[in-house]
Write a protein that binds this ligand. Structure first.
Ligand code: 2AM
Ligand code: CA
Length: 265
């Protein structure tokens, strides 16, 4: 497997897709809803996913593809090489703000993350990592993550998880929000993972994400020594929806022990 060649192609295609998305800022979007009135998709989400799929199929016909908009394959396992694509992560931001969204592309082999690319289209910033080779923002290497305590940390999470909800006892979240230095919510899981990778926030928690939302970010954060698990501290399967909890190692361990009460929910 020529991973340098795959890395090269992935970057080339992500850059081309980003350029196409920037052109769309001057076009009228076709906006539709999916599972509910706030679950949005546009013609660009679909076009960009199809763009990636046509490129991958032409060069790597034996690779498999998992894409948010469903133009890829239906997978029962992660055998072989699997490209996990979110053509626009943060679609609501893309529609309302034309910023604060990203292209997210993770490439896995037999379930192991090999390459992660997250492209902040608005800022023309590509965050990328190849397993064992470090993580970068454009050409600049990112520094390994330093441990932090809850009291000195900014934690990214969506306010809905601090209200009564079906996925976690919100009473567990209240002390964490109270004790942290601050909380933030950006509306794009891929960018929130990039913020953990760059130390702009110290942790990110979400109750429900899909494999394509987290595949790229997991490679980048793990390359910098951070931990990526679900809220129970378990490894992610990358085959089904799950919660997500990612942070530098020290903070991950203390939040799991002191706030999420490992195994008690
Ligand atoms: P999306 O924009 O690609 O749909 C918003 O808090 C973050 O959660 C975004 O990364 C968004 O990805 C993701 N998200 C929103 N609704 C989701 C759902 N029903 N299942 C999984 N992820 C979701
Ligand atoms: Ca998406």
């Amino acid at each position: 497997m020529d991973w340098d060649q795959i890395y090269f192609h992935a970057k080339e295609w992500v850059n081309a897709a980003g350029a196409r998305i920037r052109l769309s800022f001057d076009e009228t979007l076709n906006i539709q809803t999916k599972s509910n009135a706030n679950d949005l998709v546009t013609n660009m989400d679909k076009e960009i996913e199809q763009f990636f799929i046509s490129k991958i199929r032409a060069v790597y016909p034996d690779h498999k593809i998992l894409g948010e908009e469903g133009f890829g394959d239906t997978l029962e396992n992660l055998d072989g090489v699997v490209w996990m694509i979110d053509p626009i992560d943060g679609t609501m931001n893309f529609i309302h703000q034309q910023r604060n969204f990203a292209i997210s592309l993770g490439i896995y082999e037999n379930g192991i993350g090999k390459i992660g690319l997250i492209y902040d289209v608005f800022h023309d910033e590509l965050y990328h990592a190849k397993r064992g080779n470090g993580a970068y923002l454009n050409e600049k290497p990112l520094a390994p993550l330093k441990d932090s305590t809850v009291k000195e940390s900014i934690i990214a999470l969506n306010a809905t998880w601090v209200m009564e909800n079906r996925r976690i006892d919100h009473n567990l979240m209240i002390p964490l929000v109270r004790d942290a230095r601050g909380t933030r919510s950006y509306g794009s899981a891929a960018l929130e993972m990039v913020f953990v990778a760059t130390g702009r926030v110290d942790a990110y928690l979400s109750m429900r994400l899909s494999p394509w939302d987290v595949a790229a970010g997991a490679v980048i954060i793990e390359e910098l020594g951070g931990f990526v698990t679900n809220l129970r501290g378990e490894k992610l399967s990358f085959l089904a929806q799950d919660s997500l909890f990612t942070a530098n190692q020290g903070l991950h361990q203390s939040i799991l022990k002191d706030y999420l009460k490992e195994g008690r929910w």
